[in-house]
Design a protein around this ligand. Structure first.
Ligand SMILES: [Zn+2]
Length: 195
């Protein structure tokens, strides 16, 4: 979805420059993903994109949708509602691993579950959600995300789709070509506050 990428850039949700990421790595791209749901046109575009995949890939509407807590949940809920599918949410334990409670494990048992996520960097949240589905006796069927920016490949499914396919390269701080070029390093959190 080249158009979605352009809209994210136009609305300053994706910024180009020289950024220090929370991991300490440096990158020429920063995405302020918290702004996506606050822009109704872009939010609509994302949910339509996910729904197109559900339609095109003949995803069974009897499948359950889930999303890693917390930031993925609005996309899962909206996509489930749009496609008349069931949605259940996990929560995080003290060690940041996902698990289901509230009677959800009994519903998940024996069912296929589609995971919908916003931005994937390491894949830790979706891997943890897939493990939580398995722990309930369900099958983590596949993954839809807005942007798999590192090219992460899930070990638990072959069904993995991303709305934005462009990859973002990040560099070790000690070996960053942007530093070598002398481009000013920005801390994205500060940059966003100035907007
Ligand atoms: Zn740098």
């Amino acid at each position: 979805m080249e158009f979605l990428l352009q809209e994210l850039k136009k609305n300053n949700i994706i910024k180009k420059g020289h950024f220090k990421l929370t991991s300490g790595m440096h990158s020429d791209t920063y995405i302020n993903k918290d702004l996506i749901t606050s822009n109704k046109e872009i939010f609509d575009m994302v949910i339509s994109g996910f729904s197109n995949y559900i339609y095109a890939c003949l995803v069974d509407r009897e499948m359950i949708i889930t999303s890693p807590a917390v930031a993925g949940i609005p996309y899962g809920v909206a996509t489930a509602f749009h496609n008349h599918m069931q949605f259940l949410y996990p929560e995080k334990d003290e060690s940041e691993e996902m698990y289901f409670r509230r009677g959800f494990p009994d519903i998940i048992k024996g069912r296929d579950v589609l995971i919908i996520e916003d931005i994937i960097t390491t894949g830790k949240s979706v891997d943890s959600t897939a493990a939580a589905i398995r722990a309930c006796g369900g099958n983590p069927y596949g993954l839809l995300c807005i942007w798999n920016r590192t090219g992460y490949k899930p070990m638990w499914t072959k069904f993995s789709k991303t709305l934005i396919t462009e990859k973002v390269i990040s560099y070790d701080a000690a070996n960053c070509p942007l530093c070598k070029k002398g481009i000013k390093l920005e801390d994205p959190k500060n940059a966003m506050q100035q907007m």
